[in-house]
Design a protein around this ligand. Structure first.
Ligand code: ADP
Ligand code: ZN
Length: 730
C-alpha cells in the first residue's frame, strides 16, 4: 500500500508505547528499517517495552543520540484503520492513547518469536496387523490426512490411552513433526446448505446479505422476538461476508452463550470459529490475535474486547442481544461495545447487525432518526408462539410471611409438574437475602469498605459485599449490640427462593442458575445442558437465565418480583425492567407447547408493567423517548459522569467543589454541571466517591470542553478521576 510510510534504517520514527507517558517517543529506525504500524520493541530507561511505529519522529534532536528500535516483531503491522479506531475511541472516551494501545495488544507473548511445537502425523507405514486400539488411532489419522495432533488429542479422538499412541510412535507408524505453534483456523465453508428459511427470514437475510455484498458501512437493527430465528438470519449475513473473503465478528454478551453458538456455527459452516473472551487459554488467545491479523481466522466469536483484535479485513460485526448492559465496560476504558462496533465498522466499511428482541432506546431512536435500518421478524419460528403474559396481583394473594411464591403461581407450577413440563422462577438477586438485620437493635450488617449492605450467601456460609467482593463469615452475634442469635435475613435472594421451592415442591427436581454458584464455565455449561435435556422440573435463576438459552420443555415463567427494577432514581430503570422481563418471559414456550409468563406485582397498573403485559413495545418506546427528550438526557442529549475518588474524604469534596467553581469551559458550550454530590455508592473499597454530572445538547462538543475543564486541575496523590461518557445510570 502506497500511503504507508517507510522508514529506512537510522530515520527518526515516532513510537507509541503502552506506558503511561501519553506522548509519542522518538527513536532511530532499526537496521533493515521499519514501516508505519510495525509492532516494535524499544528501550525505555532500563527496560524493553512494546510499542507501535506511529509516524515520523520529531526532529531537532541530535539523531546520533537517539536510541534505536531494538527489533521489529514478527506480527502483521497495525493497520491504519486500527490506528484511526484507537484514536477515535480515545478521543470519544477521553482515554490516553497508551491505555488504548493496551486494549489493542491484550494478547500474551506478542514479542516472542513464533515458536514451534511437536505434532504427530501418520508416517505412511501402516503395520499389517494392528490391535483394535491401535487401528482406531490410525483411522483418526487417515480421516484427516495432513493434520497434526498432540498425543492427548489423538488419544482422546480415538478413545484410547496415551500409551497406545506412544506404542505406534515406537513402531514407526506415527512420526513427530515440528509445526508453528499458532496454527491457522480451519476454513469455514459458506457454501454448506443453510436451514430452509421461512419467507420472513429469507427476506430479512436478503436485506442483510445485500448490505454485506455492497461492501460499504451500514447498521441494521434485526429485531424479533426470542426464537424468531434472528441467529439463523444473521448467520446468512456471515456466510455472505465469508464468500466475499472478508472477516466477520460476532459479539455475545455472556460467555455462557458461546458453547451453544459455536455448535451452531459448526453445523452451518462445517468448522468452529476463533474464540476471544476471558474463558479462553493464553495460548489460544495468542493464536487468535495473530491469525486474525494474518487473515487466517475468518470468523471470531467473542466478548466486547474482540473489537480491538487486529482484523485484516473486517466486513461484518454482529452485536447479539445489543441492549445488554454488559456491553458497557464498567472498569478501565469506559466504552459501549455497541457504539464502538458501529464506529469500527464505519472506519473499515463494514456492516453492523444489532440483534435483539428488546432493543435499547438508543438503537430504537437511531432507527427512528433514519441512521440505522430496521428489519423485523414478527413471529416465532415454527409452531412456537409468544407466551401469554399475565399479572398476579400480590395485594390479592394470601401469603405467609417469609414466603414469596403466591398460591396462584404455586398452582401453575404444580400443573406443569403434573404434565412433565418445566417452570422457571426468576428473581434478579444473587445470594440468600439482600439484608441481614439484628432483631435486637435494628442494626443492618454493612461492608467495612463500602457504603453497601452485606448480602448473605448461605451456600458459602458467608456474607458478601456485591460492590467490592469482600466476604466474612456469618457472625453469631450482632457486631453492634453483641446480642446472640438475633440476626435475621430480610427479603429473598435466589438461594432463599430455592429453599422455599424445595419445601413447597418436595418431589420436584430443582436446578439453580446463578453466576456465583458455579466455580467454572464448564460446571455452568453442564447445568444448562442438564436443564435443556429435561433433567429439572423447576429452574430458579437470576439474570443469567434471561439470556438466549434454549429450554424446549419450559412452558411457565414466574417472575417473583416484577417491581424490583422499578424503584430507585436510575432513569434507565423502566427500560431495563421492560427488557429484562420480556426476555425472561421469552424463555417460555420455545417448542410446540405454548408458554405462560406470570408476573408477581404489587402495582399491576404501573405503566411499565402494563406495557410489558400488553406487549406494546412501540408505545412503550415512544412514551419513554418523550420522557427522555423532555429531560434532555440520552439519547436526546449528552451526559458525562465524572467520579472523583480517594481514601481522603475531605480531598474528594475539596476537588469536587473546585471543579464546580472553575467550570467556565463547560458553560462556554452551554453545558450544565450538577454536583458535586456523593456518588450513588458513596464509598467503595475504602475510597470515598464524589460525582459530577455534565449535561449538554446533543450537538455540543462535550469532549473538547471536558478536556479543557479537567486540564485545569492537578490530580495529586491517591486521587483518581474517571470520566464516563454516556453513563449507564444517571
Ligand atoms: P433467535 O436468535 O431469534 O432467538 P434462533 O435463531 O435461535 O432465534 O431460532 C430459534 C430456534 O428455531 C433455533 O433452535 C433455530 O435453530 C430454530 N429455527 C429458526 N429458524 C429456523 C428455520 N428456518 N429452520 C429450522 N429451524 C429454525
Ligand atoms: Zn465492600
Amino acid at each position: 500500500m502506497s500511503d504507508i510510510e517507510q522508514f529506512p534504517a537510522g530515520a527518526r520514527v515516532g513510537v507509541l508505547t503502552a506506558q503511561p507517558l501519553d506522548r509519542i517517543l522518538t527513536y532511530r529506525a532499526p537496521e533493515g528499517g521499519c514501516v508505519q504500524g510495525d509492532y516494535v520493541e524499544v528501550p525505555l530507561g532500563p527496560r524493553k517495552v512494546l510499542g507501535v511505529v506511529w509516524g515520523p519522529g520529531e526532529g531537532g534532536f541530535d539523531a546520533s543520540k537517539l536510541r534505536a528500535v531494538i527489533r521489529v516483531l514478527d506480527v502483521a503491522p497495525m493497520r491504519s484503520e486500527m490506528a484511526e479506531f484507537l484514536t477515535r475511541v480515545g478521543d470519544y472516551t477521553l482515554t490516553p492513547m497508551a491505555q488504548m494501545l493496551r486494549l489493542a495488544t491484550r494478547a500474551p507473548g506478542l514479542s516472542d518469536p513464533p515458536s514451534m511445537r511437536k505434532v504427530l502425523k501418520a508416517s505412511g507405514h501402516r503395520p499389517n496387523r494392528l490391535t483394535d486400539a491401535r487401528a482406531k488411532v490410525m483411522d483418526v489419522l487417515m480421516d484427516q490426512p495432513g493434520v497434526g495432533f498432540t498425543q492427548k488429542e489423538l488419544a482422546d479422538l480415538a478413545g484410547v490411552s496415551g500409551s497406545v499412541v506412544k506404542g505406534l510412535v515406537k513402531l514407526g507408524a506415527i512420526r513427530e513433526e515440528d509445526t508453528p505453534r499458532d496454527m491457522p483456523y480451519p476454513r469455514l465453508d459458506p457454501s454448506l446448505p443453510s436451514k430452509e428459511l421461512t419467507e420472513d427470514q429469507a427476506a430479512a437475510a436478503k436485506q442483510l446479505t445485500d448490505g454485506v455484498r455492497g461492501g460499504r458501512y451500514g447498521t441494521t437493527l434485526l429485531r424479533g422476538v426470542t426464537g424468531a430465528g434472528k441467529t439463523e438470519v444473521y448467520l446468512e449475513a456471515v456466510a455472505a461476508c465469508l464468500r466475499k473473503g472478508r472477516q466477520a465478528l460476532v459479539l455475545l454478551p455472556e460467555i455462557a452463550l458461546t458453547a451453544e453458538f459455536l455448535k451452531r456455527v459448526e453445523e452451518r459452516f462445517g468448522a468452529r470459529p476463533a474464540e476471544w473472551h476471558s474463558g479462553v487459554t493464553m495460548t489460544e488467545r495468542r493464536r487468535c490475535w495473530r491469525m486474525v491479523g494474518q487473515g487466517d481466522a475468518s470468523l471470531v466469536v467473542g466478548a466486547r474486547s474482540a473489537l480491538y483484535l487486529p482484523f485484516r479485513d473486517l466486513g461484518l460485526v454482529i452485536v447479539d442481544e445489543e441492549h445488554d448492559s454488559s456491553y458497557k465496560q464498567e472498569d478501565g476504558v469506559l466504552y459501549s461495545a455497541r457504539d464502538m462496533a458501529v464506529m469500527r465498522a464505519s472506519i473499515c466499511h463494514a456492516q453492523v447487525v444489532l440483534a435483539s428482541a428488546t432493543p435499547s432506546l438508543e438503537t430504537w431512536a437511531n432507527c427512528e432518526a433514519g441512521k440505522y435500518k430496521r428489519i423485523e421478524l414478527t413471529s416465532r419460528y415454527g409452531p412456537a408462539v409468544m407466551p401469554d403474559m399475565r399479572a398476579i396481583d400480590m395485594r390479592q394473594e394470601d401469603l405467609p410471611s417469609q414466603s414469596w411464591i403466591s398460591p396462584t403461581l404455586k398452582a401453575a407450577v404444580n400443573l406443569r409438574i403434573a404434565k412433565g413440563e418445566q417452570s422457571l422462577l426468576f428473581i434478579n438477586r444473587r445470594g440468600y437475602a439482600p439484608v441481614t438485620i439484628c432483631r435486637a437493635c435494628g442494626h443492618q450488617i454493612g461492608c467495612d469498605h463500602c457504603d453497601a449492605r452485606m448480602v448473605e450467601h448461605r451456600f458459602q456460609k458467608r456474607l458478601v459485599c456485591h460492590q467490592c467482593g469482600e466476604t466474612k463469615p456469618m457472625p453469631d452475634a450482632c457486631p453492634e449490640c453483641e446480642v446472640e442469635g438475633k440476626l435475621a435475613p430480610v427479603g429473598p435472594g435466589v438461594e432463599r427462593l430455592a429453599e422455599e421451592v424445595r419445601e413447597s415442591f418436595p418431589d420436584a427436581r430443582v436446578a439453580v442458575l446463578s453466576s456465583d454458584l458455579f466455580g467454572s464455565a464448564r460446571a455452568l455449561k453442564a447445568q444448562i445442558e442438564l436443564i435443556a435435556e429435561g433433567g429439572a422440573d423447576i429452574i430458579i435463576g437470576t439474570q443469567l437465565v434471561a439470556k438466549g438459552h434454549n429450554f424446549p420443555k419450559l412452558t411457565l415463567v414466574g417472575v417473583i418480583d416484577a417491581d424490583l427494577g422499578l424503584q430507585g432514581s436510575d432513569l434507565r430503570a423502566a427500560e431495563r425492567t421492560f427488557q429484562l422481563i420480556r426476555q425472561v418471559a421469552g424463555r417460555a414456550g420455545r417448542a410446540e407447547t405454548p408458554g405462560v409468563a406470570l408476573l408477581q406485582t404489587f402495582q399491576p397498573e404501573h405503566p411499565v408493567i402494563r406495557a410489558i403485559l400488553a406487549g406494546e413495545e412501540e408505545r412503550f418506546w415512544r412514551a419513554e423517548a418523550s420522557e427522555r427528550q423532555a429531560a434532555g438526557v440520552p439519547p436526546y442529549g449528552r451526559l458525562a459522569g465524572i467520579v472523583l475518588s480517594s481514601p481522603d474524604i475531605q480531598a474528594v469534596f475539596d476537588l469536587g467543589a473546585e471543579m464546580a467553581r472553575r467550570s467556565e469551559p463547560l458553560h462556554q458550550i452551554g453545558a450544565q454541571l450538577f454536583g458535586p454530590a456523593p456518588a450513588p455508592i458513596a464509598r467503595v473499597r475504602g475510597r470515598h466517591r464524589v460525582r459530577l454530572l455534565v449535561k449538554a445538547e446533543k450537538t455540543a462538543p462535550i469532549q473538547a470542553a471536558l478536556k479543557r475543564w479537567l486540564a485545569q486541575f492537578q490530580i495529586k496523590g491517591d486521587m483518581r478521576v474517571s470520566v464516563d461518557i454516556d453513563p449507564q445510570s444517571f
